[in-house]
Design a protein around this ligand. Structure first.
Ligand code: AMP
Length: 284
């Protein structure tokens, strides 16, 4: 991969990287299509990164479907598939990790200690190996995208970070490899995340700005679903990911919810309109 990347750079081409853990779905393919607009070649990495899983998490159970993934990615126009093994990425004696302080400790970081350290370490390695001009991430993992952007800024990395919209099923459920863990009844229940975000949107549209009230509106919906157990349902500043008391600038509503064997994430971006009309823009 490093040799191919050097050749691409030498030829003056613009390389794009889409890092994934495989089990490719429409969310990933949207990133590939977006990358194709700016880049050739588009490199997709498929690597289930052990460093970002906790000891009791689903690393061994995480779906590995490389053959089907390769077909979908090729059909979507990916040019290079990079599929290293854990022993390639973390050979014996590996000792160097990178951590974005503060941002990595909240929300997902609080629930999954060490998770973002694993993410930033592997993303830094992928950026070093592939040397892309642009790397593409989904807003589905909003905190991750924010942390990766901070890392590229802090470490003067060359790659532009492009964050793409959330791709959803028809009923609102955000696409995720982990949706595959859901039994039919749980799959029905999983729409509760989207419905909770919609409830927050309606509250804002009705004039509520108080974060506690917005969280309560989301909790009401989440608590009404017996198959769902909420890990967190919070309103956070879109830049710092710190909790806010009032929504007066760009904020995220962020959810992490257990349903059956899956822990599902979703979020909504809320931004005051730039024209001081008091209106809000929502990105679900
Ligand atoms: P993963 O394979 O889950 O690590 O995801 C790889 C990349 O795809 C990450 O940047 C994710 O944020 C992004 N992604 C995953 N699911 C979606 C989705 N439903 N919509 C948009 N991006 C997504």
């Amino acid at each position: 991969m490093q040799e191919a990347a050097r050749k691409v750079r030498a030829e003056g081409r613009i390389a794009g990287l889409v890092p994934t853990m495989g089990a490719i779905h429409e969310g990933h393919l949207a990133l590939v299509r977006r990358a194709q607009r700016d880049c050739s070649p588009v490199v997709v990495s498929v690597f289930v990164n052990p460093a970002q899983f906790g000891p009791k998490e689903d690393f061994t159970k995480y779906p590995r479907t490389l053959e089907a993934d390769a077909e979908k990615l090729a059909a979507a126009g990916a040019d290079i598939l990079f599929t290293p093994e854990p022993a390639d990425v973390y050979p014996a004696g590996f000792r160097t990790y990178v951590n974005v302080e503060g941002l990595s400790e909240r929300l997902e970081g609080r629930s999954r200690p060490g998770h973002f350290r694993g993410v930033t370490t592997v993303v830094l390695k992928l950026l070093e190996i592939v040397q892309p001009h642009f790397a593409y991430f989904g807003r589905k993992d909003a905190q991750q995208a924010r942390i990766v952007r901070q890392m590229t800024h802090d470490l003067n990395l060359d790659a532009g970070i492009v964050v793409c919209p959330i791709v959803r099923e028809a009923d609102g459920l955000a696409r995720s490899a982990r949706n595959g863990y859901l039994k039919p009844e749980e799959r029905q229940a999983a729409t509760v995340l989207y419905r909770a975000l919609e409830a927050a949107r309606e509250e804002i549209a009705a004039g509520t700005r108080d974060a506690i009230r917005l969280q309560a509106a989301m909790r009401r919906i989440l608590d009404s679903e017996p198959l769902a157990t909420t890990d967190y349902a919070e309103i956070a500043d879109a830049d710092t990911f710190e909790p806010v008391t009032r929504v007066s600038r760009a904020c995220y509503a962020l959810l992490a919810v257990f349903i059956g064997a899956a822990r599902l994430l979703d979020n909504m971006l809320m931004e005051p309109a730039s024209d001081a009309s008091g209106e809000f823009r929502f990105d679900l």
